[in-house]
Structures are given as structure tokens and as C-alpha cells.
Design a protein around this ligand. Structure first.
Ligand code: AMP
Length: 373
């Protein structure tokens, strides 16, 4: 067994997948517009900008996967005429459209905030009447990290919201969820149908971008089996192979699903050091048809994104137990360019490490002083 895996996309997720594949002697190729991408150090990048690119990519590997959830379905359809891709097309198509996604959650009885499809000013006005305010208006396709969204708090904003997002044609209006925390669950399903789940991550955002994740999410013992049940329903229904992520809101009424990502996820980066088998290795194992590894936690972990500007590596690595991952991306405001993993012994040590980190990171983070682990 010496498979090559072709990956749609060549960002940091592809880079970390290929890093996990290397010890298994599995090679990766990547299909990406920019051949000087983060994955380039790990395998051949085939440009998606040339006419023969897709055919070359299809020839370049035995089995395929993706790190980019907006991978064009037309490309997947051409690929599947001759080769297999994991996760399945249906998972990708569903995750690309918030309305389809919500319909699937409904079908599988996974709770979601009340929502309505919006495709005209009149239907937006109707949604405001039915759902009440505040509500979140989102484009059905193409949005990420809070882009393509408008929080409507008063009826006066209806026309402005429609002017901003209306051109997208297909929108979804969701009731605004009053949540205490945002969490995500990541699971992997093998080709034999075996499912393994990592513990819930508690996710903190800063300006709409994931700032840091704490794993296991504190005080989540009662939430874990519920989240595990929801993601298992999705995996089995979709006959899924590989890693799937489900983002959830913690509310007084229980967990509400927000969205799913048919891929490895930023909130799972902790697992490289923090779990027996990382999300990246298990994804590769699943795609290659190998047995899955244990998702058990080695130690509670905090993963902190490096956003916009690099810190000095020597300062980060001088922190007790810190691991540094740099993605070889150019610095740009709001861009995820690396992450740091901390594995403190206890909450006191975590507070100390966070204080030290705050002095080192050029871009301030939403790290709170009273984080517990
Ligand atoms: P999304 O692109 O759907 O992941 O949304 C980005 C962020 O907006 C989420 O992480 C939440 O913080 C917030 N958000 C999204 N939908 C809702 C909602 N229905 N109610 C409250 N906050 C939301």
C-alpha cells in the first residue's frame, strides 16, 4: 500500500494533512491556483489556472480528498468519473449551501435556530415578521468567517440588509441565538463505517475569526454525548469517509447546530500534540482505507491562532511546553498564518503562559485572564 492522495486546495490544512501522511509513506499532490502555497513544501502542486490542470491533477493520485470546502462540484464530478473522493460529493454539496445544510439538520433532528429562506425584499420582510428580531441574514453560499452576514436588529435595517446581501439572490434568515459558548465537535469515519470522535472544543473568536480553542471544552461532560450523537447521525447518513466538523452553539435549551465543515478544521489543530491521533492523521488514514487511530486526549490543550503578523519564533518556543506551527504564508491583517499549542499543567500555569504570550504576539488576542482548563 503506497497510495498518493490528491487534495483539492493547498493551504495550511493541506500542509498539515501531508505532514501527517509522510510517516505513513503516503504522498500528497495539491490542486491550487497559487503554486507557491503553504502545501508546496510537502508535495507537487498542480495549478488550477491552466487548461489541463484538472486532468493532470486527476492523473496525479490514486484517491482524492479536499481541504477547501468550496471545491467546485463540477470538478468533483469530472474526477469521480474515474477516481474516488472522500468525503462524498453529497457532504460537500450540502456544506456549500446553508439552506441544504439546515434542511439536513432538520431531517436528522439536529436542533437549529428557526430559519427561513430569503430571495426577495418581500420575503425578508416576511422573515422578520415570522422569526422576529434580532436575526442574522446570511448568503446561502460562499460565506465564511462571518463574511456575507448582516445582523438585523431593527426593522429600519431591512432595506440596508437587502441592499448589501440581496445581490447574492439566495439568502437565509436565522433567529439570533443567545448562546453562552461556541463549541465544535470533530469526528472521523473510516471506510468500514467506524466512527471516532474527539472531545468538544470551546472556540473563541476575535473580529469574526477563530482566536483560540480550549480542549476539552470546560464543563462539557453533559454536552459531549449529545454532540457525538449529532455528528454520528450526519456521518452515517452521508456515508461519510474522513473528518467532519460540526459547529454548535451552547444555549439554555441545549446545543444548536450552526454549520458543518466537510474537512479538518481550525478548532482541531490542538490534536496534533493533544490527542493520540490527530485530525490530520485520522483523515489521511480514513481516505487511504487504513484503520483509525485513537482520538483520546493526551493532555488538555489550548490552541492559539497567529493572525496577521508573526511573533519571534525564539520567544514562543521559550514558553514552557509551547509548540509552534508556521504556515509559510505572507503576513496580512486578519490572515491565519500559524498557530501555537499550549499544554499547561493546570489553569494557573495557563494564565501565566497567556500573560507571557500576550507580550510576544504582535497582534492582540481575545485571550481572557481567567481561562480554565
Ligand atoms: P458562521 O459563518 O455561520 O459560522 O457565523 C459566524 C459567527 O457569527 C458564528 O461563529 C457566531 O458567532 C455568529 N452567528 C452565526 N449565526 C448566528 C445566529 N443565528 N445567532 C447568533 N450568532 C450567530
Amino acid at each position: 500500500m503506497n497510495k498518493t492522495i490528491g487534495i483539492f486546495g493547498g493551504g495550511q490544512l493541506g500542509r498539515m494533512m501531508a505532514q501527517a501522511a509522510l510517516p505513513l509513506n503516503i504522498q500528497c499532490t495539491f490542486y491550487e491556483a497559487d503554486t507557491d502555497c503553504p502545501s508546496a513544501a510537502l508535495g507537487q502542486v498542480i495549478s488550477s489556472q491552466t487548461e489541463q490542470g484538472l486532468q493532470q491533477f486527476i492523473q496525479s493520485a490514486d484517491v482524492f480528498s479536499l481541504e477547501f470546502e468550496n471545491t467546485p462540484l463540477a470538478d468533483v464530478d469530472l474526477l469521480t468519473q474515474s477516481k474516488a473522493i472522500h468525503p462524498p460529493r453529497q457532504a460537500l454539496a450540502t456544506a456549500q449551501n446553508r439552506l441544504m445544510e439546515k434542511a439536513l439538520f432538520d431531517q436528522l433532528q439536529i436542533p437549529v435556530a428557526p430559519y427561513q429562506a430569503v430571495d426577495s425584499l418581500a420575503s425578508l420582510q416576511q422573515a422578520v415578521k415570522t422569526l422576529g428580531l434580532p436575526l442574522v441574514l446570511k448568503t446561502a453560499t460562499g460565506g465564511y468567517d462571518g463574511k456575507g452576514q448582516f445582523v438585523l436588529r431593527s426593522e429600519d435595517q431591512i432595506e440596508q440588509a437587502w441592499a448589501e446581501l440581496g445581490p447574492a439572490k439566495s439568502l437565509i434568515a436565522e433567529s439570533f441565538v443567545t448562546f453562552s459558548r461556541e463549541v465544535s465537535i470533530i469526528a472521523v469515519r473510516g471506510q468500514d463505517g467506524e466512527v471516532k470522535t474527539w472531545p468538544l472544543a470551546e472556540n473563541h473568536h476575535h473580529h469574526g475569526i477563530l482566536s483560540h480553542s480550549i480542549v476539552p471544552a470546560p464543563n462539557s461532560a453533559d454536552l459531549q454525548p449529545v454532540a457525538q450523537d449529532y455528528i454520528t447521525r450526519l456521518l452515517n447518513h452521508l456515508n461519510y469517509v474522513g473528518v467532519l466538523t460540526l459547529e454548535l452553539f451552547v444555549t439554555e435549551q441545549g446545543l444548536f447546530a450552526n454549520e458543518m465543515a466537510p474537512r479538518v478544521h481550525n478548532s482541531g489543530h490542538w490534536s496534533i500534540e493533544g490527542a493520540v491521533c490527530s485530525q490530520f492523521e485520522n483523515h489521511i488514514r480514513a481516505v487511504a482505507g487504513l484503520p483509525l487511530g485513537s482520538t483520546e486526549v493526551v493532555r488538555p490543550t489550548v490552541m492559539i491562532n497567529i493572525i496577521g503578523q508573526y511573533p519571534k519564533s525564539e520567544q514562543v518556543l521559550a514558553l514552557n511546553g509551547a509548540h509552534l506551527h508556521l504556515y509559510n504564508k505572507t503576513e496580512r491583517a486578519g490572515r491565519k498564518i500559524g498557530h501555537i499549542t499550549l499544554m499547561p499543567n493546570d489553569s494557573t500555569q495557563l494564565t501565566t503562559l497567556c500573560r507571557q504570550l500576550a507580550k510576544i504576539l504582535p497582534v492582540p488576542l481575545a485571550l481572557s485572564e481567567d481561562m480554565t482548563i
